[in-house]
Design a protein around this ligand. Structure first.
Ligand code: HEC
Ligand code: HEC
Ligand code: HEC
Ligand code: HEC
Ligand code: HEC
Ligand code: HEC
Ligand code: HEC
Length: 585
């Protein structure tokens, strides 16, 4: 009997200890400690623990904000020097006598994000894995000013970092690829109108610093200023500020903040100076036209010094290489010349703005010495694309599509006869420029000699075969069963069927060169066979297509197809041509 009481007593004792411990743990909660410390700092008695809660009504829901349970001195100027989380809030609007924001009405999370219902520091600060709104530190909170205030304009005091990001978005040509409603319209990249609603601050920063983090084949340029943390932070603040879900509608935006008149000044008289500003992404006499070419393109000054980005080709000679009209068309929409170009569209430019850029580019007139040897000429004009080792992997190569040519020994041995023409007149539909107005015939010969000298030694006795294009009425060369077949006109319908069977793995169902195996190939990628500029140039004759399909393209992954009958190849050519022939109106 007695024994039983003892057990009960021991159990009861354990119960008490357990109860006591959990009471103590409850009393020990961080927020209570912070509150005790706060009153101690103030020199007042602790009035008892209390959860401080603000209910913020937003158009979509009620936001329960308990941050001030710990951040208890935020509105108390007397708590200025206190340690965090007890301190008075630093000024949000610089120079304002009294901050216009009442934390007892709007709480903290409307600006700082986080998870405002939680009372645990880690959780409240949005530390749980995958939380889309982790705490915005200090000035990063400016991302949320536009949830209540009007988004445009330079005007909002206290939103300087946001404004800096807005400027960078324009200056760094982000607007050229990304749409933000009301700011830009471009369809080359995901829309960012709701970037802040969809993505965390960290995701946005990372997308700018390392575009390939999201998509290995990302076409978003890797800019060379991305190790400047301040710039990246400003841009991320600006993007984080792009949220569809507002706390106030535009009509009820707080008074006192006047939406500045949107100035729509444009450049009306073309000048090289205006062009230089556009090129540099700098404002010109109040104009709102946007540029920023220098982020992607380098140019040489009159001393030959190169400066600018390496995402697109160097533009020192572009007017002489391509002519004014080509350059203007390219600025309006690069895709008319290079179907897979990643260059932004500048379709809002007026004639004066286009002329300005062209005038500026025309002032660049640096030329290398006439007597340069092959290596020197190649290093000056060709190396940025074709690479030091002639492997097509120059500095600007990664974002060009098609890739610059790799001068493999067999390729050079097979096609050397067409190089002079390709260098003089360019290869249409690709970034290989037209050099005839920059290089003399003699220099072009020197360059071809240089390319041959570097490569041909490894070609052995490789020789390109020549097989003439079969014509209707000719006997079928691969009539293996001896049926006496003769060639008829190519048939696009049959060609389509054969193409689907033999070619789509590399060239894709759409014949655009983007088949499932395309990216497994090293260099070059399969040809885009629906590129009109490429397919419709005289150099790309039916004979060339026939030989390339039958024999493959020497020195590249394009295989020979000598198992196909001549008729099938002609059918395929008819199919390819049907895709790219300009319709006659
Ligand atoms: C459980 C207590 C607690 C709660 C709840 C809490 N905080 Fe904090 N907070 C702290 C402490 C402690 C610090 C200082 C230590 C530190 O820097 O980590 C701090 C620091 C901060 C800082 C400055 C440091 C930084 O990283 O930028 C900000 C901003 C902040 N809190 C915002 C908030 C917001 C907004 C909420 C509500 C969503 C919130 N806090 C809720 C305890 C809390
Ligand atoms: C209207 C927007 C807004 C609200 C509301 C707001 N903050 Fe801030 N907060 C800011 C801005 C902007 C800064 C940066 C001030 C500066 O350094 O210029 C800041 C700075 C801070 C800092 C110091 C920065 C640091 O990293 O040390 C803390 C802590 C902080 N806020 C906490 C809070 C807490 C807690 C609340 C709620 C009581 C709150 N904030 C409400 C905008 C806001
Ligand atoms: C939750 C909504 C909300 C957010 C978020 C917010 N504000 Fe305010 N802001 C107000 C309100 C409300 C007023 C008071 C004006 C009024 O009486 O309508 C105000 C007033 C101001 C004023 C004073 C305007 C004047 O000329 O008197 C400035 C400046 C300001 N805010 C800057 C900011 C900055 C900077 C941020 C971001 C860090 C910010 N606000 C975030 C609601 C907000
Ligand atoms: C040449 C076109 C181009 C330019 C210029 C460009 N981007 Fe992008 N960006 C892309 C493409 C394409 C993607 C799609 C995802 C990918 O490929 O990484 C992307 C993705 C992003 C993303 C992630 C969006 C998402 O849906 O995951 C952010 C954020 C971003 N870009 C910000 C910027 C900023 C900031 C700038 C200016 C500094 C900029 N971009 C300039 C093409 C561009
Ligand atoms: C985001 C990077 C980017 C920006 C910004 C950009 N470009 Fe480009 N540009 C490219 C790329 C990549 C190419 C190569 C693909 C092509 O030909 O379209 C290119 C090609 C060109 C070409 C064709 C060169 C040739 O000989 O084939 C011209 C001309 C040109 N850009 C001019 C401009 C001008 C002028 C601006 C500013 C108004 C500009 N670009 C802004 C990336 C950019
Ligand atoms: C802006 C980048 C760029 C520059 C600069 C450039 N090339 Fe090219 N080049 C290309 C591209 C892209 C191709 C691939 C064309 C294609 O897909 O057929 C190419 C192809 C060629 C070819 C093969 C033509 C053919 O008929 O198949 C030759 C030869 C050539 N380049 C020589 C040169 C020489 C010489 C220079 C310097 C004077 C030069 N390239 C400068 C981009 C460039
Ligand atoms: C293993 C992948 C692969 C397959 C399969 C393939 N191609 Fe290609 N093809 C390529 C590559 C890579 C190139 C680019 C060669 C270059 O740039 O010179 C190319 C280039 C071409 C060209 C352009 C040749 C030229 O003279 O510039 C034509 C036409 C072509 N392919 C047609 C076809 C047809 C038709 C088929 C099916 C019968 C086919 N290809 C199957 C990889 C392939």
């Amino acid at each position: 009997m007695i024994k039983d009481y003892r057990i009960l007593a021991v159990l009861a004792l354990f119960g008490f200890i357990f109860f006591g411990l959990s009471m103590k743990k409850a009393m020990d909660q961080d927020w209570i400690k912070h509150q005790k410390k706060y009153y101690k700092q103030l020199g007042e008695d602790f009035p008892g623990a209390e959860v401080k809660q603000v209910n913020v009504k937003t158009p979509s829901s009620m936001l329960v904000d308990r941050c001030q349970t710990c951040h208890i001195g935020a509105s108390n100027p007397g708590a200025a020097g206190f340690p965090q989380p007890l301190a008075a809030h630093p000024p949000i609007v610089p120079g304002a006598e009294k901050d216009p924001h009442d934390f007892n009405k709007i709480g903290c999370a409307v600006c700082h994000d986080g998870s405002p219902r939680d009372l645990d520091q880690h959780l409240a600060h949005g530390g749980q894995h995958g939380w889309i709104k982790p705490l915005l530190h200090g000035k990063q909170a400016q991302a949320n000013c536009t949830r209540c205030h009007a988004p445009e304009g330079e005007g909002l005091a206290g939103a300087e970092l946001y404004e800096e990001g807005r400027q960078l978005f324009l200056e760094k040509a982000c607007w050229g690829c990304h749409t933000i409603q009301g700011i830009s319209s471009s369809s080359q990249a995901p829309e960012l109108t709701d970037a802040g609603g969809k993505f965390s601050f960290h995701y946005l920063e990372e997308s700018i610093v390392y575009p390939k983090a999201n998509d290995e084949n990302s076409k978003m340029p890797l800019f060379d200023w991305v190790n400047d943390e301040h710039k990246v932070e400003a841009l991320a603040v600006y993007l984080k500020g792009q949220q569809k879900n507002k706390l106030r509608s535009a009509e009820s935006a707080p008074i006192g903040y006047i939406k500045p008149e949107t100035k729509l000044a444009r450049i009306e008289t073309p000048s090289a100076d205006a062009g230089r500003s556009l090129f540099a992404g700098a404002p010109f006499e109040g104009s709102v036209a946007k540029g920023g070419c220098v982020n992607c393109h380098a140019i040489r000054n009159s001393d030959g010094d190169l400066s600018g980005g390496v995402i697109g080709p160097e533009l020192t000679w572009t007017i002489r290489l391509r002519g004014e009209e080509y350059v203007k068309d390219h600025i309006r929409n690069a895709r008319v010349h290079v179907p897979d170009s990643i260059m932004p569209t500048f379709k809002d430019y007026n004639e004066a703005e286009l002329d300005s850029v062209v005038q500026y580019l025309a002032t660049l007139d640096f030329k290398f010495g006439e007597t340069a040897n092959g290596q020197q000429l190649f290093d000056a004009y060709c190396v940025s694309c074709h690479g030091e080792n002639l492997d097509g992997k120059g500095e600007t190569a990664p974002l060009l599509d098609p890739l610059p040519r790799a001068f493999t020994p067999q390729f050079v041995a097979a096609y050397e006869h067409r190089f002079a023409d390709s260098i003089k007149n360019g290869v249409q539909g690709t970034d290989m420029p037209t050099w005839k107005n920059v290089l003399s015939d003699q220099q072009i010969e020197t360059l071809i000699g240089f390319i041959k000298e570097k490569t041909l030694a490894d070609a052995g006795d490789f020789k390109r075969l020549e097989v003439p294009l079969p014509r209707p009425g000719d006997p079928e060369r691969r009539d293996h069963k001896g049926k006496g077949l003769t060639i008829e006109q190519g048939d696009a319908q049959r060609g389509f069927a054969a193409f689907q069977r033999f070619c789509t793995a590399c060239h894709g169902k759409l014949a655009n060169g983007k088949g499932p195996n395309a990216y497994a190939l090293e260099h070059p990628l399969p040809r885009d066979l629906i590129s009109k500029p490429f397919m419709n140039q005289t150099a790309v004759s039916d004979e060339r297509l026939y030989q390339s399909i039958l024999l493959g393209v020497a020195g590249t992954p394009m295989p020979a197809h000598d198992h196909l009958s001549d008729q099938t190849i002609l059918d395929i050519i008819a199919f390819i041509r049907a895709n790219t022939t300009e319709e006659t109106k």
